[in-house]
Design a protein around this ligand. Structure first.
Ligand code: WT7
Length: 658
């Protein structure tokens, strides 16, 4: 459980926000946070009534919540169209002509969409989708890169009441196909290609492979981002439509009505499905619904990122992950924020790119991941120092534990010792941030994710569910449902219950280990289940193993994490081969390419090790703990380990301890 680098360096200094920050912060004292938090727990109905006032509910809610685990409902009685809170409500204020999205492509072109323009594009796309037969509740798959159209597509789905399922552009054709089939999507939105480090990722071509085996897909809308010279398209007549053509068609009266004056839906109407890894080979499609999710991301965006008019907020996540959903699209747009969005790689054409972007556009709030921060550190301070980062006033971190050394570097070198850092803990399942410091109200401690957010009853408990003492390690749990939580795993209610609500009776189990210190600050250590966090990407070991054994040469496989200075965890796989296959470099390469195909390049193992046999307990369980120690170099293997490893000797030293 102390995997990763979080345990290497402890830092117990407290960093207080400066007076300059606090003077203008939405919440500017610990007392203000405490009293708002108390209200959110003791009088939740009133708290949420106040905090959702800004949102556009066509009918107010009658009851705040009702649950019978694992089922929970929030804001019953409310009627809303989520896209109206993100778009229409800004059209009657000064936000109308404010930038909603300022986007820079990897090659360097810039596009700005005001709230007026974003609304117009969403209405156009929604009308086109309505004419393709998209109805409330239909599933729509989105396989796009980092372009404004990703936000447009999500909001157009919300407008029609369709459920989007965004599949990260780094996933392979196979992964896309499985996700489309799991939710039975009728429509796919994709693009010709996406720029990444100067080359083109041919998304439509990859989608075409998936589309050979996705019977539910009736139509495909294809955005031209790159152009025919570098990303030639094969359009299938009757199925594939050019984005720019289809939005300009003469739409039916019904489509015009449903896009311009959209329907309002119930609070629990599904908003999106997002797949994430768990401890079996099959990814889970977490289902989020409307009012509770929107309320959660709205409130957290407003207070944690302290969003105000004049800010330019940049979250570097990809829209394909939950961070992109909640903190590029729904959260900040529901606050009327101006969001910066960048298409490409952080080190293209050189390691200064991010800092150049901050300087050029005047970014004020910057939210990124520890793995990126560690890469920036490694690339060297000279790339930062060339740029004027004085526009920054607040910075954030998300996705994995941040080691204090990286935190302190981030604070000093990027933030000029001036910007508070919010270390935000949350998950695909939680929908919105559950733990963080409030930047103007609380001090930060490097490596700590701070305090609970509003309405979040979170704790550290032992194996039996009893609260752990201050400073003692245990399991991180949330003791009662909260508005933005996922409502189910799409099509698998039982798994939803078994995974989250069964391990510790009547509490939500996060899968993370943590401790809470004397000040009430939380320290999240990392996953304690079979899920790895590799460079901020969540990867299930079972998913990797099932992909490995589907290769014709592989008999058995075990995937484990090894602490890594840059990625937090690196992925190491141990493989035994079927007879007649030779353990050599060529086969290693083939196996690596097989993972690229089955899941995506981001899941490619950092190390592939061949073994004679995997070490097992007498009852036949793979000794994962031993493999982890071996992967980390903590256990010496005797004999020649250059090609085939023989674990039997070491395994024999350990009895059935696992
Ligand atoms: C897992 C969730 C939620 C955004 C991106 C990841 C780890 C996330 C932190 C943090 C320590 C963190 C946890 C969690 N995690 N944020 N600030 N400090 N660990 O979403 O893919 O659903 O992964 O990421 O282990 O369970 P996700």
């Amino acid at each position: 459980m102390t995997d990763g680098i979080s345990s290497v360096l402890k830092e117990d200094r407290k960093f207080h926000p400066s007076k300059a920050f606090t003077d203008h912060a939405r919440l500017s004292s610990r007392m203000a946070y405490d009293s708002l938090y108390r209200k959110s727990i003791e009088e939740p109905e009133e708290f949420w009534r106040d905090e959702t006032r800004d949102l556009h509910f066509r009918e107010p809610f009658k009851t705040f919540s009702e649950w019978n685990l694992p089922k929970a409902k929030f804001f019953e009685g409310a009627k809303l169209n989520v896209s109206e809170s993100c778009l229409d409500r800004h059209l009657t204020t000064s936000a109308r002509t404010r930038a909603a999205i300022i986007w820079e492509g990897e090659p360097g072109e810039v596009r700005t969409l005001t709230y007026f323009e974003l609304h117009r594009e969403v209405v156009r796309l929604a009308a086109a989708m309505a004419d393709l037969g998209i109805k409330p509740g239909d599933r729509v798959a989105i396989y796009l890169g980092m372009v404004p159209e990703a936000a447009i597509a999500m909001l157009a789905c919300a407008r029609l009441g369709a459920t989007h399922s965004v599949v990260f552009g780094g996933f392979s054709s196979e992964a896309l196909r499985d996700r489309i089939n799991d939710c039975g999507a009728k429509l796919l939105l994709t693009q010709d290609g996406a720029w990444r480090r100067g080359s083109v990722i041919p998304l439509k071509k990859m989608a075409d492979v998936a589309l050979e085996k996705t019977p539910s897909i009736e139509n495909v809308i294809v955005l031209t981002r790159i152009g025919a010279q570098k990303a030639p398209l094969e359009m299938k007549a009757g199925r594939d439509h050019h984005w720019h053509e289809i939005i300009r068609k003469d739409h039916s009266e019904d489509a015009k009505k449903r896009s311009q004056h959209p329907d309002a839906f119930d609070a629990e109407h599904p908003l999106f499905i997002l797949y994430t890894s768990g401890s079996t080979g099959k990814p889970k499609g977490l289902l989020h619904t409307s009012a509770g999710y929107l309320a959660g991301v709205h409130v957290t965006s407003k207070y944690i990122f302290d969003l105000k008019e004049g800010d330019l907020y940049w979250c570097t996540a990809d829209v394909g992950w939950v961070t992109g959903h909640s903190y590029i699209v729904y959260g900040p747009l529901s606050c009327g924020a101006s969001c910066f969005m960048y298409e490409g790689a952080p080190n293209f054409p050189n390691p200064s790119r991010m800092w150049r972007l901050i300087e050029k556009h005047g970014v004020t709030i910057f939210y990124t991941a520890p793995t990126a921060i560690r890469a920036f550190m490694r690339w060297g301070d000279e790339h930062v120092q060339k740029h004027d980062l004085s526009s920054l006033r607040l910075m954030g971190s998300v996705g994995e534990p941040i080691n204090p050394e990286a935190w302190v570097w981030y604070h000093k070198t990027i933030g000029g010792d001036r910007c508070p850092i919010v270390d935000t803990w949350w998950q695909t399942e939680t929908g919105s941030i559950m733990l963080s410091t409030l930047p103007g109200a609380c001090y930060s401690k490097p490596g700590s994710t701070g305090l609970p957010l509003f309405g979040v009853d979170i704790d550290v408990v032992d194996d039996r569910g009893a609260p752990a003492k201050a400073g003692e390690g245990g399991k991180l749990v949330i003791k009662k449902p909260w508005p933005s939580m996922a409502r189910t795993i799409y099509g698998d209610e039982q798994r939803f219950f078994d995974t989250y609500w069964k391990p510790l009776e009547n509490m939500y189990f996060t899968g993370d280990g943590a401790r809470r210190d004397e000040d009430g600050y939380f320290w999240v250590v990392g996953r304690i289940d079979d899920v790895l966090n590799v460079a901020g990407h969540r990867i299930g070991t079972a998913e990797i193993e099932s992909a490995l054994v589907s290769h014709p040469s592989v008999a058995e496989a075990a995937a484990v994490g090894r602490p890594d200075d840059l990625k937090g965890q690196a992925l190491v796989v141990f493989v035994t081969l079927k007879d007649s296959h030779k353990a050599d470099e060529t086969l290693k390469k083939q196996i690596a390419e097989h993972i690229d195909r089955e899941i995506g390049k981001f899941a490619r193992p950092d190390e592939i090790r061949f073994a004679n046999a995997l070490p097992k307990t007498r009852s036949g369980k793979i000794m994962r703990r031993l493999l982890k120690e071996i992967a980390a170099g903590a256990v010496e293997l005797k004999g020649d380990t250059s090609t085939l490893e023989d674990f039997n000797a070491v395994a024999a030293l350990r009895s059935d301890e696992e």
